[in-house]
Ligand binder design. Structure first.
Ligand SMILES: Nc1ncnc2c1ncn2[C@@H]1O[C@H](COP(=O)(O)OP(=O)(O)OP(=O)(O)O)[C@@H](O)[C@H]1O
Length: 251
């Protein structure tokens, strides 16, 4: 049984590459049931942090907890609970959507019945294209297919790197309801994006990273209480952090 209230806890994470601190003392958690937006300017360290959370890269120092599992000591077991969708997911263009999903199911030895699979395909509104080759898919369908494959694994933590951009309004609403349902069943989502108007619709909480350091952690409610939009909050916070660090400049 998992007694932890968060499916991801990063504590004092630092990543040094070629003597440079890419991220420093990164500490935050993603509670169960939450969709947390991971925001920051280009080069702030979002992807680096997500790769460490996904177990794709080892931290130089610090701890990564996936629920009750310390990933540093138990990498393989921790990874069983994580699905990560990178900004450019690798799909096999020559396979049909159906073949790709079956391949994923077999690769991870998932116990998903034909009936359950058919239900998911309908839920993701992929039935019309399921037997077509992925190379003929729209961007929206590719995104839904990769999300379907990721959720079939029933992860406790879903990491989405720039996933929500490029969805049309109908697919955006559909994906939002799927992610909300996933979170409501004790899942945790960490979602990085530059699309702030979309993030406002998807996320309950936000973590802001700049120059490799966490500079703020807040809720959507709190943001909108003090700012006209998430974008205003973002610009203001980034500028403030730049002024403090003496980097100044405009956003
Ligand atoms: N393997 C590496 N070697 C050297 N520098 C790296 C490496 N990986 C990342 N960096 C640097 O670390 C910093 C953070 O990169 P990262 O990709 O994590 O930022 P990001 O917030 O995801 O950026 P973006 O929003 O532009 O995708 C950048 O300055 C990047 O150039």
């Amino acid at each position: 049984m998992n007694l932890s209230s968060s499916n991801l806890r990063m504590s004092g994470i630092t990543k040094v590459i070629n003597t440079k601190n890419i991220i420093s003392d990164v500490t935050f958690e993603v509670p169960k049931g939450r969709i947390v937006g991971f925001l920051g300017p280009n080069g702030a360290g979002k992807t680096t942090t997500m790769h460490i959370a996904a177990g794709l890269s080892r931290p130089t120092t610090g701890e990564v907890w996936i629920g009750e599992i310390l990933m540093n000591n138990n990498w393989k077991k921790a990874k069983e609970h994580i699905s990560f969708i990178p900004d450019y997911p690798m799909l096999y263009d020559e396979l049909t959507g159906e073949e790709y999903i079956r391949f994923t199911r077999d690769l991870f030895k998932l116990r998903v019945t034909e009936r359950e699979l058919a239900k998911e395909v309908v839920k993701f509104q992929l039935e019309a294209d399921f037997k077509k080759r992925i190379k003929h898919y729209s961007l929206g369908n590719k995104k839904k297919l990769v999300l379907l494959a990721s959720l079939l694994r029933q992860p406790s933590l879903l990491l989405l790197d720039e996933y929500i951009s490029g969805l049309d309004p109908m697919n955006s609403i559909l994906v939002r309801s799927i992610l909300t349902e996933y979170a409501a069943n004790n899942g945790s989502i960490l979602l990085s994006t530059h699309q702030l108007e979309v993030a406002e619709k998807f996320c309950d909480e936000f973590i802001l990273i700049q120059d490799g350091c966490i500079v703020d952690s807040t809720s959507l409610e709190e943001v909108l209480e003090h700012n006209s939009s998430l974008e205003t909050y973002f610009v203001d916070q980034v500028q403030r952090a730049r002024n403090i660090s003496g980097k100044g400049g405009s956003t």
